[in-house]
Design a protein around this ligand. Structure first.
Ligand SMILES: NC(=O)c1ccc[n+]([C@@H]2O[C@H](COP(=O)([O-])OP(=O)(O)OC[C@H]3O[C@@H](n4cnc5c(N)ncnc54)[C@H](O)[C@@H]3O)[C@@H](O)[C@H]2O)c1
Length: 442
């Protein structure tokens, strides 16, 4: 078994550390945020991810948390799992990666630095040169991108579709592969540049599927087809498969938006205009805003109307609100003059713009509301269309941004229902309420 150091106690770092500990390795996790490290030492996980608390507890004897970079000195592997957020220009911000390289302590033996953070193609070559410049030419380098999805991160790590390792030296690739020997998955070995590109291209392809089905949904709305049926019919084609064909209000999260920008920018910096990816990004931006058009179609001007946003996390089973569509929706609704209430079972509503009333239950969110918008596909919302909820709303309208509910059942329960890419029925468009009286401002 090996000794593994991890830089970053975020989603990727903590999941990687916990899973390697589960596989029997000794793991040291280093972060720079004292509250995170102190919390982890006390057994408190800094984010919501099922399976992680139990995994950390079960493997506590093989896990150490530290702020001190010297504690990773004896590790054979040093995994870089720090965040690589977008800069103003859309390029990935690699400053945290460089801080890790700059702060590396004296390292004995022949440890390997393994890049798990998502980085632009060419980063490995620059890091290799940086290590050499620091006199760390005895330190190996490998790119080992991570493909886990939040909400099912442990499952994804332990049962990956593939493990990708790109290295300059085949021995380093072998050593990294050895860490995963207990995991049964196809192994893709490549050069470092290709490993970096595999991660960016995989994400770009997934986003392309999402924007594609969202555009099909928009055409379905204009023509009377039902995108849920269409996706089922498409997905059964073995050449296409069923994944990522769920129409909705667009992708968000800490990866897709930033990785698409980073790839677009990477191409553009190299003199290539990535037209398809530009369209994918634009479609996604417009998709988040389509809910506003739907609400206006049902309610008329939104000034003075109360809208409940149900679900704030960018997807279910996580509390991650980075680039969540809920933030864009809340801002647009406030700009239209609507009163906005918001609820989520785990996400922190204080990340929404000021002026949103964050409440503790679905019932509080929809009471007296003119519309309820399903923003995140939480299981808790599957039973939304009840008599009690209908009676408590000023207008029983549900805009289902995730196609979570059955349209017919919802309508039978007395609601007007508007999903994404689903046919509307004539009864769905409510008579427009009169404009609220303008209050004289002094
Ligand atoms: N979250 C995902 O679903 C996911 C999936 C695949 C890949 N990735 C990629 O993995 C990387 C990490 O993502 P994340 O979601 O875990 O980020 P995160 O923001 O949740 O965690 C990053 C952690 O790194 C810490 N950190 C910053 N500088 C440090 C330093 N010098 N030393 C030690 N720790 C440091 C931060 O304090 C933070 O705790 C990103 O490049 C991301 O694109 C993320």
């Amino acid at each position: 078994m090996s000794k593994v150091g991890i830089f970053g106690a975020g989603w990727v770092g903590l999941v990687t550390g916990a899973c390697f500990a589960e596989l029997g390795h000794d793991v040291v996790i280093r972060d720079v945020v004292p509250e995170k490290i102190e919390g982890l030492r006390r057994g408190s996980v800094p984010f919501h991810e099922q399976d992680i608390p139990a995994l950390l507890e079960r493997n506590a004897s093989r896990l150490t948390y530290t702020l001190d970079v010297n504690d990773v000195a004896g590790c054979q592997f040093l995994f870089v799992c720090v965040d690589t957020p977008p800069t103003y220009s859309g390029d990935a911000d690699l400053s945290r990666v460089w801080t890790v390289i700059d702060e590396l302590p004296e390292l004995d033996g022949t440890p390997i630095l393994v890049m798990k953070s998502t980085v632009p193609v060419g980063t490995g070559e620059k890091v290799r040169a940086g290590l050499d410049q620091r006199g760390l030419d005895h330190v190996g380098y490998a790119s080992n991108p991570e493909f886990l999805a939040e909400g099912r991160a442990v499952q994804d790590f332990m049962n990956p579709d593939r493990i990708v390792v790109g290295a300059f030296d085949p021995d380093d690739a072998d050593a990294v592969a050895g860490l995963y020997s207990a995991i049964d998955a196809p192994f893709v070995r490549s050069d470092v540049n290709s490993a970096e590109m595999i991660k960016l291209a995989a994400n770009a392809f997934l986003m392309t599927r999402i924007s594609f089905i969202n555009e099909i949904a928009n055409v379905c709305e204009a023509t009377g087809a039902d995108v849920v049926k269409v996706a089922e019919g498409i997905g059964l084609d073995k050449r296409l498969g069923p994944h990522f064909l769920r129409a909705g209000i667009g992708y968000g999260g800490s990866c897709f938006p930033k990785d698409s920008l980073a790839l677009k920018q990477l191409a553009s910096n190299s003199g290539y205009h990535f037209q398809l990816l530009s369209a994918v990004i634009e479609v996604n931006e417009l998709q988040k805003r389509r809910v506003i058009g739907k609400l206006k179609r049902h309610l008329g001007p939104l000034r003075g109307k109360t809208v409940a946003l149900l679900g704030l996390a960018f997807k279910a089973n996580t509390d991650d609100m980075r680039e969540a569509p809920s933030i864009v929706l809340a801002s647009r609704l406030l700009a239209e003059g609507a009163e906005v209430r918001a609820w989520d079972p785990v996400a922190d509503g204080s990340k929404l713009p000021k002026g949103v009333d964050v409440v503790g239950s679905v019932a509080d969110a929809v009471r007296g509301a003119d519309a309820a918008v399903i923003v995140t596909e939480w299981d808790e919302l599957k039973g939304l269309a009840t008599e009690e909820i209908r009676a408590s709303m000023a207008n029983p309208l549900i805009v289902d941004g995730r196609n979570l509910l059955d349209p017919e059942e919802t309508r039978r329960a007395g609601f007007a229902y508007d999903g994404i890419g689903r046919p509307t029925s004539p009864g769905d468009v409510l008579p427009q309420a009169p404009e609220p009286q303008r209050v004289q401002e002094v």
